[in-house]
Design a protein around this ligand. Structure first.
Ligand code: HEC
Length: 198
């Protein structure tokens, strides 16, 4: 009898666990991704911004070495940098450190601006907008009622312009997932509570 009771309790706990997880499955944060909102409004509605820096530092071309000489770095210093010919760095700090090892602190301080100008490529920084999404709004921190109303207006065709048409492409998802006004409201509430990226 005791084992029976225990296993029933375990079963109930188990069932409870599952109903909780299925509840979580419809959480606004999950819905936001399931309905592909994040592909236009960024993770958590923070906007389509870069989440990290992308930069490269390298001296992989002969012409870069020639340029250093042209820009006033002594040939013997430039020669010391040849071990960098095959290397690539993602971080400015690592690149500068590698330079320092080869030519020393004083010359690095003297010439690093020239070298970085020649060997550095900055593609984008954390927080930069992704090209093409400049007009796509971010939601984090906006007012709940405002967000709710805009979603409804866009999806029901009251707010129309070139850009809102893009969003109406998700209407089939909204319908097939049987999204209700309460769901929209809870998404709006969720977005209004997301902190903006500093
Ligand atoms: C295909 C891209 C795309 C998808 C997917 C998308 N949106 Fe949008 N959304 C837009 C664009 C573009 C606008 C701006 C429309 C305009 O300029 O009138 C917009 C506007 C909004 C606005 C109004 C913002 C404001 O500040 O006025 C809200 C709120 C919103 N979307 C929420 C959502 C939610 C929630 C989802 C997922 C259910 C979603 N969007 C999915 C492209 C998209």
């Amino acid at each position: 009898m005791k084992t029976f009771l225990l296993s029933t309790a375990a079963l109930l706990l188990f069932a409870g666990f599952f109903s909780v997880t299925s509840l979580f499955a419809e959480e606004p944060a999950v819905l936001f991704e399931k309905l592909t909102c994040h592909t236009c409004h960024g993770p958590q509605g923070r906007g389509m911004i870069r989440m990290e820096d992308k930069e490269r530092y390298y001296l992989r071309q002969k012409k870069m070495f020639r340029q250093m000489v042209k820009d006033g770095i002594p040939v013997k210093t430039v020669k010391k940098l040849t071990p960098l010919y095959k290397k690539k760095f993602d971080k400015r700090g690592d690149f500068v450190q590698a330079i320092e090892k080869l030519i020393g602190k004083a010359d690095t301080a003297k010439y690093q601006d020239i070298i970085i100008k020649i060997g550095g490529r900055i593609y984008y920084h954390k927080g930069d907008l992704i090209p093409g999404f400049e007009d796509y709004p971010r939601h984090a921190g906006n007012k709940k009622i405002y967000l709710y109303q805009q979603m409804k207006d866009i999806l029901e065709g009251r707010r129309t312009n070139g850009n809102s048409e893009a969003m109406r492409g998700i209407k089939p998802y909204i319908e097939s997932n049987k999204i209700t006004d309460e769901d929209f409201m809870s998404i709006a509430e969720y977005l209004s509570n997301v902190k903006e990226v500093e």
